[in-house]
Design a protein around this ligand. Structure first.
Ligand code: NDP
Ligand code: 2IT
Length: 444
């Protein structure tokens, strides 16, 4: 029998100071421990000890020159966490806060998320402490080329297939792909999130945000409720936030906020499709700040603040980890929020999650509700193998079915006295497939 505290203590000793990684492992192990202890084969094969240990952890120097000709040094990483059910798959994050703990938590979450999609993808994550803010296109290109000059020897369409995450979007994927192709003399599906004209998939840019709202819709349907007329708070204004916003508006929700790391815009009249287009242009073309929205539409701007103190029905954190802590969770509950759907990875601290669950607020973990992005990445890999591109309708339908299926798995494994504990459901369902594959494949 595994003992939870003893297991967590040993993970802590082996990974000193890696607070985000330990947070993710604690949430996971707390959910699955009873399930794991029901099958002694898992303990005999030391599945828990093995699953928290990355199969390979690569870190490397990235040297490049900025536009002034000054030499710059960054650190690059790729954590190849688990390949039991497919090639390593997961995004690259470029952000100054990136370190080993952050990427290990993301890679760990990715194992179970990818499993939940039903597609054959293992878990991995990578990135760098490079900060793309305020960099010119040519600097971003030079950094991406330098980063790929090392990464290319570790990845491949059947080995490890990176994609985007914070700070890595279509522009960066293009530069990374160009450099990989040049170094390997090979046009292959080694990255996802590619441009449509060079092997990308329709719906991939939209997939995480759309998938989140499809999932939230299933949660509401399960309660005989819907998004129509609901007041919604979204944090972030990047890839995930933008397309979550689009789908919320399409399905009849009233979107009150979006944010960036400087502050939050609060539009009492609701952010419409037209106003959202302004945000998309601002963020994707001009790479500007969300405050410009408040200046243009004369709305409130909460300088340096997150959206969680505002009154609403639904909160969709779509920016970054630990953006909702216990105090924020209390504010959300006291202002009447009935559902928190995670678009970001691990946006809630564990005590915030516990509080929401104790108040019976519906809550979905990112590994379930933001899995649409990697799911369509998996479909991009399938299309690359087939050397075909599917239509937008076909991909949207597949995405909707995958999100419904994940919701179904959460309900199946997570229902406790009528309340769906989506964290528990997602962890057990995601874990089971990977653990059983590890058992089948022996002690490797
Ligand atoms: P983007 O880089 O496109 O956007 C990130 C957004 O979050 C920006 O608005 C950014 O503001 C804000 N943000 C980032 N870091 C912080 C911070 N420390 N504090 C406050 N705000 C912050 O990233 P994505 O939209 O792709 O990713 C957002 C989240 O979704 C991440 O947690 C990511 O892991 C997760 N995710 C992404 C997927 C994808 O397909 N892209 C798939 C699944 C999950 P600013 O510009 O000021 O930095
Ligand atoms: O966190 C995530 O799931 C992503 N950033 C997307 C990963 C992918 O391979 O598409």
């Amino acid at each position: 029998m595994y003992k939870l505290n003893q297991f967590l203590e040993s993970v802590k000793l082996n990974n000193p100071g890696e607070t985000e990684f330990l947070q993710a492992v604690t949430e996971f192990a707390t959910s699955v421990i009873d399930f794991v202890n029901k099958n002694p084969a898992y303990e005999q094969a030391k599945i828990l000890e093995r699953i928290v240990e990355p199969e390979r952890n690569i870190s490397f120097r990235v040297t490049w020159t900025n536009d002034k000709g000054e030499v710059q040094v960054n650190r690059g990483y790729r954590i190849e966490f688990n390949s039991a059910i497919g090639p390593y798959k997961g995004g690259l994050r470029f952000h100054p806060t990136v370190n080993s703990s952050i990427l290990k938590f993301l890679g760990f979450e990715q194992i179970f998320k990818n499993s939940l999609t039903g597609l054959p993808m293992g878990g991995g994550k990578g990135g760098s402490d490079f900060d793309p803010h305020e960099k010119t296109d040519s600097e971003v290109m030079k950094f991406c080329q330098a980063f790929m000059s090392e990464l290319y020897r570790h990845i491949g369409p059947n080995t490890d297939v990176p994609a985007g995450d914070i700070g890595v979007g279509g522009r960066e994927i293009g530069y990374l792909f160009g450099q990989y192709k040049k170094l390997k003399n090979e046009f292959s599906g080694v990255l996802t999130g590619k441009g449509f004209n060079w092997g990308g998939s329709l719906i991939r840019p939209e997939a995480t945000g759309f998938g989140l709202v499809y999932f939230v819709n299933e949660m509401l349907k399960n309660q005989k409720d819907s998004l129509k007329g609901k007041n919604v708070l979204i944090s972030g204004s990047g890839n995930v936030a933008q397309f979550a916003a689009q789908k919320v508006i399409e399905l009849g929700g009233k979107l009150l906020t979006m944010s960036d790391s400087d502050g939050t815009v609060y539009d009492k009249d609701g952010i419409t499709q037209e106003k959202l287009q302004f945000i998309m242009d601002l963020k994707n073309k001009q790479r500007g700040r969300i405050k410009d929205y408040a200046d243009k539409y004369h709305t409130e701007y909460l300088d340096g603040k997150k959206p969680w103190s505002l009154k609403a029905d639904i909160a969709l954190p779509c920016a970054t980890q630990n953006e909702i802590e216990l105090e924020d969770a209390k504010e959300l509950v006291s202002s009447g929020v009935i559902l928190v759907g995670e678009g970001a990875n691990m946006p809630l601290s564990n005590d915030a999650i516990d509080y929401l669950h104790s108040e019976k607020v519906l809550h979905s973990p990112g590994k379930a509700s933001n899995a649409g992005g990697v799911a369509v990445s998996g479909l991009e890999m399938s299309q690359n193998s087939l050397r075909l591109q599917w239509s937008r309708d076909e991909l949207d339908e597949r995405l909707q079915n995958i999100m419904k299926d994940i919701h179904h798995k959460c309900v199946e494994y997570g229902t406790e006295n009528g309340y769906v504990n989506y964290v528990k459901g997602a962890n057990i369902a995601g874990f089971k497939k990977v653990a059983d594959a590890m058992l089948d494949q022996g002690i490797v």
